[in-house]
Design a protein around this ligand. Structure first.
Ligand code: AMP
Length: 450
């Protein structure tokens, strides 16, 4: 397939020519018609696959020239770095198109941004918090948004932006196209799609179902959390073989819980990363693991993405990932650079179904190992495993338990104000003593008399 097969227009063809791109990447080829059709779309693709163009090409193709001031396309991304990157990509494609693109993010002067917004724009790229601040200040009008793109939505949810997204959905026009891109499918992403998307079309670049040949794969069938911990202890005792071990768990709370258990057994040998840890903590953990200071790293799926650490001897799936693609991503962390890698997966009875999905994707069976006799089979159950909790595998339940806590910092005074509604009018009234309503001509007189 070439770009000629996509129904682009001359300005876009010229921009792509200038960039020297010849063929669309798989996600671009797959997304173009779906995004162009105006339907809701969920794309599963990682950074580096050309996903930004995958949604921007069809959007730019259909965006008519307009002189209206309010933006028509809104792209939400989790970090300021991504705002910059996405704006750059859009500008590359817009070389021969007359459109106005603006990137906004927090931590910068909002007044400068307000002035730029007031000059009019077509495409706005933003982090959720700053977008919301601009919208409530009324400088930014969202009533003309036709297309909402949420990029890296898995990271966004993992950083605790769900509420911010809800608030933004509330002030967007009902009639709009939702386009979402995520590198991994998680329970949170799934829930968001179910709640807010209308019958979306899913496009994903087929994750290669063929695992690398140099990764051996084995599995244990195991009844519960504590038995998993006992088995893990048994394996990790062999420090020479298990010299650099990446352990995956499904959610943050489980990561912390497992970390505590391992600290009791192998004090000072583990570290943990998930999104409730500070950036510094995460960086330090990764450094310590990379340098060999700690031989065990516990991580959640989203956090381990993009981790490029050499010589990982074993990837242990402490739980069986619900989405088979995630299993492929996880085990790909070992066996890099032609080195021999080992992947082990623990599955309870409840995890049989996802296990089968993984085997189906790979078109192969993972060999089953017997739990060594020396491993104690525990009867103790953790909260989620106890029978009275009927909903223990309810993804919504799990999400709640794992919900991010309150913000790390005290709110600034100005943010503590409660919303009394109509702030714009109140401000104008205070400043100019203008009538509260157009019809209320006696308002000023009345107030003077007071
Ligand atoms: P992304 O996945 O959107 O972060 O894009 C990764 C990089 O690939 C960016 O630097 C793009 O400019 C580049 N890129 C996007 N589409 C293509 C293509 N069809 N051919 C070659 N490079 C591309």
């Amino acid at each position: 397939m070439t770009f000629q097969d996509l129904n682009l227009n001359t300005p876009l063809y010229n921009a792509i020519d200038d960039l020297g791109f010849t063929t669309p990447t798989p996600i671009q080829a797959q997304s173009f018609n779906v995004v162009a059709s105006g339907k809701d779309v969920v794309g599963i693709a990682q950074t580096g696959t050309g996903k930004t163009f995958a949604y921007m090409l069809p959007i730019l193709r259909n965006l008519k020239y307009s002189t209206q001031d309010n933006p028509r396309v809104l792209v939400l991304v989790p970090t300021r770095e991504l705002v910059v990157q996405v704006v750059e990509e859009i500008e590359k494609l817009s070389k021969y198109i007359n459109n106005r693109v603006l990137g906004v993010y927090g931590g910068t002067n909002i007044n400068t941004q307000k002035r730029t917004v007031a000059q009019g724009l077509d495409i706005l790229v933003a982090t959720p918090g700053r977008l919301y601040d601009l919208a409530v200040s009324r400088v930014l009008q969202l009533k003309s948004i036709q297309k909402l793109v949420i990029d890296e939505v898995d990271v966004m949810l993992d950083l605790g932006f769900r509420h911010q997204l809800m608030n933004i959905f509330d002030i967007l026009p009902q009639r709009r196209q939702n386009i979402m891109f995520s590198a991994t499918m998680t329970d949170d992403v799934d829930a968001l799609i179910t709640d807010f998307f209308i019958n979306p079309t899913k496009v994903s670049i087929a994750v290669s179902g063929t695992p690398l040949e140099n990764i051996s794969q084995e599995r244990y069938s195991i009844p519960n959390f504590y038995t998993k911990v006992n088995l893990l202890e048994n394996l990790l005792k062999d420090k020479e073989t298990y010299s650099k071990v990446l352990i995956f768990v499904a959610y943050k709370r489980m990561a912390d819980r497992l970390f505590d258990e391992l600290e009791e057994r192998f004090y000072g040998e583990s570290c943990v990363i998930h999104s409730n840890k500070t950036q510094n903590y995460r960086l330090r953990s990764i450094e310590q693991f990379e340098s060999g200071e700690h031989r065990i790293l516990i991580a959640t799926d989203v956090m381990a993405r993009g981790l490029d650490i050499d010589n990982i001897t074993h990837v242990i799936n402490f739980d069986t990932p619900l989405y088979p693609e995630n299993y492929m991503h996880r085990i790909g962390r070992t066996g890099r650079a032609e080195k021999e890698g080992h992947a082990i997966v623990f599955s309870t009875e409840m995890e049989q179904e996802p296990l089968e999905a993984i085997e189906h994707l790979m078109q192969m069976k993972i060999s089953l190992l017997q739990i060594p006799d020396s491993v104690l089979i525990s009867n103790e159950l953790i909260e989620e495993e106890r029978p009275q909790l009927k909903e223990r595998y309810n993804p919504l339940k799990r999400k709640d338990e794992d919900a991010p806590g309150p913000a790390f910092h005290e709110k600034k005074d100005k943010n503590k104000k409660s919303n009394q509604g109509g702030s714009y009018r109140r401000e104008v009234a205070k400043k100019y003593k203008k009538p509260r309503t157009r019809g209320d001509k006696n308002y000023n007189k009345r107030n003077k008399r007071k």
